[in-house]
Design a protein. Structure first.
Length: 288
């Protein structure tokens, strides 16, 4: 079996300008860094350039500090914001959940088997139902009940726990609460939500039953970043499956949950692999 070393990851964005690709790739070659994978995109609407590179240093004395000192003058010339991610970095991902366990189960399985290169330091819920699942994985579980009156206090507790456990990313794995504008501001750009996507749009209680009543022909899911627009943040991934007249409401729910699982997994994977760039209200996603 061929053993492939995990790469360093370089990501950057800047205003569109002649020579953006060259300034990065030329530096990589001059610094003795072998490029394994490269993606770039120039958005003609926003006039911004995005690039992601996986590379293997050929110099055993390679250091991130030296890389930064040598590349920064070139980045400054292009107004470039850039980041370097170490191969061994494992993002700390906090999970928020309510009662539905399909997404949480899937993420914990992928974490346990190494499919998701993350640490899960804490699980937070407004219900006690999934505590045993968290304990089986030896992950701290916090039950924080919420009412309309206690919502500000409960959300403040969540933010304190995220800080306490040094969470880099927050995943709403079917956390069935509408976040306040204050909470959305706290999590802006560092929280991913998953929800069903049914056409036509069925909102409120029992959406799959509503869809069945209308003879829906496809179910889907959308994973997006959290912002103050309810379920309308910048989209990372979407999934879809066709269904037909033989699917009863329970079948639609089961199929929808399958799509939610894989859609959320891909969104988290793209995020932690630095494949997602925020581009105003949209995203640039360099899928693998």
């Amino acid at each position: 079996m061929v053993h492939i070393k995990k790469p360093w990851i370089f990501t950057a964005s800047c205003p569109s300008k002649l020579g953006t690709v060259d300034v990065v790739t030329r530096f990589m070659a001059e610094a003795g860094n072998y490029v394994d994978e490269i993606h770039s995109f120039d958005d003609h609407v926003s006039k911004r350039f995005f690039i992601r590179i996986e590379f293997q240093p050929q110099n055993e004395a390679f250091s991130a500090k030296q890389f930064g000192e040598e590349f920064e003058p070139r980045a400054t010339e292009f107004g470039m914001t850039w980041e370097l991610t170490k191969p061994e970095h494992k993002p700390r991902v906090a999970i928020l959940v309510s009662k539905y366990d399909h997404c949480l189960n899937d993420l914990l399985y992928r974490h346990r088997t190494g499919q998701l290169n993350i640490e899960v330091p804490v699980i937070i819920s407004n219900h006690p139902d999934l505590k045993a699942l968290a304990e089986w994985h030896d992950i701290p579980y916090y039950h924080l009940p919420i009412t309309a009156e206690t919502k500000p206090q409960q959300e403040k507790q969540i933010i304190e726990l995220l800080d306490q456990y040094d969470a880099e990313l927050v995943v709403l794995a079917r956390y069935m609460q509408v976040l306040s504008p204050w909470m959305c501001d706290q999590l802006n750009g560092k929280a991913i939500n998953i929800h069903h996507s049914l056409l036509p749009g069925f909102k409120g209680a029992r959406p799959y039953h509503q869809a069945w009543e209308k003879g829906v022909k496809m179910v889907g899911a959308t994973a997006h970043y959290v912002n103050n627009d309810l379920d309308e943040g910048p989209i990372i991934t979407q999934g879809i499956q066709t269904v037909d007249h033989a699917f009863y409401p329970e079948d639609l729910i089961s199929k929808g949950q399958d799509v939610e699982r894989i859609t959320l997994f891909n969104a988290i994977r793209y995020h932690i692999e630095k494949r997602v760039f925020l581009n105003g209200s949209r995203t640039v996603v360099f899928s693998s």
